[in-house]
Design a binder for this molecule. Structure first.
Ligand code: M6R
Length: 605
């Protein structure tokens, strides 16, 4: 969702802003804008549309200034138009905002702003309240404003009479900041900072930061100076470029063997799953009576695989709850419920709020997060970072499989902590887990074959995906992937459920993707496939390469998966589903990395 950038220093802020906004495009947006504070005062350029449209506007108007803020907007309050794009200006104040101000109507009334605002946004109201409190002391105006506004916010603010300075404050919505060679920079994302430096910090909530060339200061809301906790980007910066691939999604799919290895091998000590670096005590894994996984979208689908693993191996009940629904179902979590929050960005607001609620109920918590220092990581008791590196494509691929890898490790550690396995059982499981990168690489070698198979659904209007158990879990994810990048309507069904209604939709025009990787479910799954074939469906089957199919002639297409123990087959099968979605989108000529209406980081409820 909205992206934020701010720069002050010796360089031309305009070019830095525009380049950074391009790096933030992946978050999803509909308008873009920048404001520059220079000798000619404050100049604002903003436009509904793409960053490139803004670039053209700036080429024409040539704004100058060494201090600036920039924004990509994903509309929440007010439609997509130039007036509603950020930055917003009121009096001496110019600001950009990510988040939602819940009490903007009350504030409009209280400060008599009706008729004085030029946009329909909640953000402009904040600028007006800041102006109301501003009499030369930015810190005091920010403190007093923050006490009045309710909601989530990351604000970057410039005051006309404070040249070279950018102020920032946040609640929930993230801001990271860093020093550059001769200036300072802030952003909603580390990705926009990485071209300048690998040292950065995550702004704590309700602190005010002031950036000026060569200086960064931070204060808490009572005005006391606060210590900055510096972090280092620990992924190779080349990971944030396309590296010769046409789209990030393809590059990120191809990176999976490597990033899975980087996620699991450092957590295997002499063949034993090890979370000592994360300081996760075994009792947390041994004592819980049930587990509740909270996540959204793809991360929730990873949770469903985790549920199958944990229930089968540990024998305790696992709920996987859509974080956005968590609060509306009177959640029953307590000190005996281990809460596992899963999130690539670590900023998904629904997951964050659900996690905070569970912690208030006394639940121990572990989060599985990809972005270091993210809000969900900070809000949970323990955090396990996936080593996926930056995931730029909106469609999540490598983050998902690294989340699965962590869940495999966690399940093994839990089995150990509960003394459920013999040494041999543990060793067999861990050996199989360590084969995952090599097996995934084998699937990727068959990329072109998968491309051809994707052709069989290229022109479909609807696609069904069927399987049972673990196969069904990964099809939910495969189907989401296809929907989001190809815009083809697709549904994943537990194949046994089809004849309770949905089979009515199956015709000879309906491609069906079926996954059969679990020995114990095979005969039932094959019967269900026969049922849809009898209604004319063309079936693309994913099945293990050592599986004998008596009548494979009846399948429109068959893809043979390299063999692993059944528990791990989701890993190679997931890659095939990701590549199918990717190639359909590519061959339809769509913008694979930036599907319409979607945002990479969902920071509004
Ligand atoms: O950053 P998170 O993992 O918390 O994001 C959750 C979902 O928004 C995300 O997985 C979304 O479903 C992806 N676009 C799917 O590809």
């Amino acid at each position: 969702m909205c992206g934020i950038i701010g720069y002050t220093g010796r360089d031309n802020a305009k070019d830095i802003m525009l380049d950074a906004l391009e790096l933030l495009e992946y978050r999803g947006y509909d308008s873009a804008g920048i404001a520059l504070l220079g000798e000619d005062g404050t100049q604002i350029m903003k436009r509904a549309g793409r960053v490139n449209d803004l670039r053209n506007l700036c080429e024409e108007k040539k704004p100058v200034g060494n201090c600036g803020i920039g924004h990509t907007r994903w509309a929440t309050h007010g439609g997509v138009c130039d007036e509603n794009a950020h930055p917003h200006r009121f009096g001496k104040i110019t600001l950009i905002h990510n988040g939602i101000i819940e009490n903007y109507r009350e504030l409009t009334e209280k400060y008599e702003l009706e008729g004085k605002l030029v946009s329909e946004t909640d953000s402009e109201v904040v600028a007006a309240v800041l102006e109301h409190f501003y009499s030369g002391d930015p810190y005091s105006a920010i403190r007093r404003t923050v006490l009045k506004i309710k909601g989530t916010f990351a604000l970057a603010i410039m005051f006309d009479d404070q040249p070279g300075k950018i102020f920032a404050v946040r609640n929930v919505s993230p801001i990271v900041a860093a020093a550059t060679k001769d200036g300072a920079i802030l952003s909603s994302d580390v990705a926009a900072i990485v071209p300048f430096t690998t040292d950065y910090f995550v702004m704590p909530e309700f602190h005010v930061v002031c950036l000026s060339p060569g200086n960064i200061e931070m204060f808490d809301l009572s005005g006391d100076k606060a210590e900055i906790e510096w972090l280092k980007v620990d992924w190779d910066v080349s990971r944030s470029s396309k590296g010769g691939y046409p789209f990030f999604m393809e590059k990120e799919i191809m990176e999976q063997p490597q990033v899975i290895g980087e996620t699991i091998y450092p957590r295997m000590k002499e063949g034993i799953p090890d979370f000592s670096k994360e300081e996760i005590p075994d009792h947390i894994l041994a004592d819980c009576k049930r587990i509740c996984v909270i996540a959204c979208g793809t991360a929730m689908h990873a949770g469903l695989v985790g549920k199958s693993l944990i229930q089968a191996i540990i024998g305790i009940h696992v709920d996987v709850v859509m974080a956005s629904e968590f609060m509306y179902n009177d959640p029953v979590v307590d000190k005996n419920t281990l809460v596992i929050a899963i999130s690539q960005s670590g900023e998904t607001i629904d997951t964050l709020e659900a996690l905070k609620f569970a912690r208030k109920c006394g639940s121990p918590s572990i989060s599985i997060v990809n972005v270091k220092g993210a809000s969900i990581a900070r809000a949970s008791e323990y955090v396990i970072y996936t080593s996926a590196g930056p995931e730029i494509a909106v469609a999540s691929t490598k983050a998902y499989t690294t989340q699965l890898a962590v869940l495999y490790l966690l399940t093994a550690r839990m089995a150990m902590a509960r003394k459920l396995w013999s040494k041999q059982e543990l060793s067999e499981y861990m050996k199989e887990l360590s084969r995952v990168p090599e097996v995934m690489a084998k699937v990727l070698e068959k990329k072109e074959e998968i491309h051809r198979l994707a052709g069989s659904i290229l022109n479909a209007k609807d696609v069904f995906m069927i399987g049972r158990g673990l196969d069904y879990s990964i099809l939910l994810e495969g189907s989401l992937k296809l929907k989001e990048v190809s815009y083809i309507h697709s549904e994943a069904y537990a194949s046994g459920e089809l004849k309770h209604g949905t089979i009515a939709l199956i015709t000879e025009d309906t491609p069906v993707v079926a996954v059969v990787t679990q020995d114990k479910l095979k005969s039932k799954e094959l019967s269900n496939i026969r049922e849809v074939q009898s209604r004319g469906a063309r079936v693309l089957l994913l099945i293990k390469e050592n599986e004998k199919l008596e009548d494979d002639g009846r399948f429109a297409n068959v893809f043979r998966l390299p063999v692993m123990a059944d528990t791990f087959m989701v890993m190679p099968a997931s890659i095939v589903l990701q590549l199918i979605a990717y190639f359909v989108s590519l061959d339809k000529g769509l913008d694979v990395d930036k599907p319409r209406n979607l945002a990479k980081v969902v920071t509004v409820e």
